[in-house]
Design a protein around this ligand. Sequence first.
Ligand SMILES: Nc1ncnc2c1ncn2[C@@H]1O[C@H](COP(=O)(O)OP(=O)(O)OP(=O)(O)O)[C@@H](O)[C@H]1O
Ligand SMILES: [Mg+2]
Length: 385
Amino acid sequence: MGSIVLRDLSKTYGGGAIAAVKSVNLEIGDGEFVVFVGPSGCGKSTLLRMIAGLESISGGTVEINGKVVNEVASRNRDIAMVFQNYALYPTMTVRQNIAFALELRKFPQAAIDERVNEAARILDLKDLLDRKPGQLSGGQRQRVAMGRAIVRHPQAFLLDEPLSNLDAKLRVQLRAELGRLHQRLGVTTIHVTHDQVEAMTLGSRVAVFSRGTLQQYDTPQKLYDAPKNLFVAGFIGSPAMNFLEGALGGNADAVQIGAATIRLGAPAAAAQSGRVVVGVRPEHLGWRPWEEVPSGVLTGTVDLVETIEPEAYVTIALDDPSARVRQADEAVSSGTPNGASAVPAAQRVQMRVPARAAPALGQKVALTPDPERIRLFDATGGAAL
Ligand SMILES: Nc1ncnc2c1ncn2[C@@H]1O[C@H](COP(=O)(O)OP(=O)(O)OP(=O)(O)O)[C@@H](O)[C@H]1O
Ligand SMILES: [Mg+2]
């Protein structure tokens, strides 16, 4: 029914001066829930609008159910879009808002009533049908916007940041509702967000974009375990992965970071230059009191401890001035709370440990990355090794 395939899909503005979407290839299975995620301006909305037919296509094709729809008008694509601002009609009641698209399509009144009541039941809007949008909370408005999409029984839902106007608690609640709704209706859904937590919890597969280019399209687990490049590695996961500049040893079974040697769980593929970026997630970085360990390990001083029970985010200033920490591209990951540290970013790493097992402020520690969870990237191109 509702499969969507994008082939070499591109969009330029300003006579080719601005490339908003660059040759994107992507297949979305019938009934799948896929999330498009990436920083502001990476082309998410442009992609969605091209799929919906609200934006002309500069190159490539959009296929819905195996048919190229480039030249098919938006209203004939059988796709329902929900916008960030909901775009409800303020003078109409909830019932009229939900029924509007069906009335435009000249549905018989009995069918309209049936579908509106069905949507109202699914979305728990029955008691609000006679209100105007101005008399609703943000979350209720969001449900009305979903209701307008549901009654059309479309081939696919395209949701452009439908939760971003809501407060944190409501976001979490409605995020769960969206997931349940999808399970119930089984309709192909593309959900756009810049929030990686939303992406990882909702998507059966997640497409990560940066600057108009698809970086990786995978399950949330694959994105977390095996990011294809530095951008994805830095974008997925919170706090963000630590990136240390290193050199691959002759046997490729250890990396040199400054004066320290870090053993790897498995030998790495050789980097072109021997220079690598060593990626360690904060949750895969352990520590020991410094006195207990021999030389050749990575050591540092605890600079900041932020306790968010039951965990602590610990910022460590590295002792070795030749050990360099690289910043994630555009830095991206949301919610990395180490802005309060006074240590230069090029010299600090973050660790995420149970609050009861956190080192004390000012303590000297030896860092013990889990060798199995270390990820290596080519220092020049950023590709995973
Ligand atoms: N009409 C336009 N004319 C020129 N450039 C545009 C136009 N619309 C979008 N762009 C540019 O295209 C790029 C992609 O925009 P888009 O709205 O798709 O980003 P986005 O990923 O949805 O961002 P956000 O998370 O902020 O909504 C941006 O650099 C934007 O400035
Ligand atoms: Mg957008």
